[in-house]
Design a protein around this ligand. Structure first.
Ligand code: MN
Length: 251
């Protein structure tokens, strides 16, 4: 099995290395990852600027790797379109930080998995609930292994990308895997205003997340209780229930 590993934190991120190490147990791994951090880029693609692919020996001679000047979605496109390496499985992450609820819309980690799903490639995004670049990924690696064994034994359809979030706990305190749905919530944006050396103001976005959903079938509930959240995503953003409602009221 050929496995493409990508991420949004960049090719030198420890979470990517942690994922590569586990992926190696399952097949022939290659890496296409951004050459710089791309968190929060969502599903952006590069139009009007050149895209570059730099071969990298960062994972040793047995794992071909490329640093890409573009976004996570660009990485997937270049892997299949330029390198001609269509994977049997695409893994993205392990992200340094959570990707629950509406974070899916902002996440570069998940955009790589969703891009894979667009192309009919079974795709899974992994995130650890720890934003530190020095985070300990040892428990997360064991969870990735467990999720992949489950996933490969009972494959989801290739157009259903999985969003896996892992609590930042020792392995002995992680209570197991739960299939979840995306909780409703929002970011409350706050901006820190500062002044640059030329006297011009600039702003740091330092929002916090507010959950609006306490139900026990959500990703947030599972993570708060110490479970791994596995949320199957939809590519189709059409509001089908509203369409049905609309058709009913038109009659
Ligand atoms: Mn990230």
């Amino acid at each position: 099995m050929r496995i493409l590993v990508c991420n949004d934190d960049g090719i030198s991120a420890r979470g990517l290395r942690a994922l590569v190490e586990v992926a190696q147990e399952f097949g022939q791994v290659f890496v296409v990852a951004p050459d710089k951090p791309q968190s929060g880029m969502g599903h952006a693609i590069s139009i009007g600027v050149p895209l570059r692919l730099y071969p990298s020996s960062i994972f040793g001679s047995s794992i071909p790797a490329w640093a890409c000047s573009g976004t996570p979605a660009d990485c997937v496109k270049l892997a299949t379109g330029v390198l001609g390496l269509r994977p049997d499985l695409l893994l993205s992450g392990i992200n340094h930080g959570a990707n629950f609820s509406i974070s899916v819309f902002y996440s570069g980690t998940l955009s790589a998995a969703i891009e894979g799903a667009f192309e009919g490639i079974p795709s899974v995004g992994f995130s650890l609930l720890n934003y530190s670049m020095e985070a300990d990924f040892s428990a997360a690696q064991a969870i990735v292994r467990e999720v992949l064994l489950m996933y490969l034994a009972h494959p989801f359809p290739p157009h259903v990308p999985l969003n896996v979030n892992i609590p930042d706990l020792p392995l002995s305190e992680i209570r197991g895997l739960r299939l979840t749905r995306q909780a409703r919530g929002r970011f409350i944006e706050q901006f820190e205003k500062r002044i640059d050396p030329y006297g011009e103001p600039y702003y740091w976005m330092v929002g916090r997340f507010e959950s609006q959903d306490t139900a026990s079938d959500t990703d947030i509930w599972a993570l708060e209780k110490g479970y791994v959240s596995i949320c199957p995503l939809l590519i189709d953003l059409t509001n089908h229930s509203f369409l049905q409602h609309w058709e009913a009221v038109q009659r």
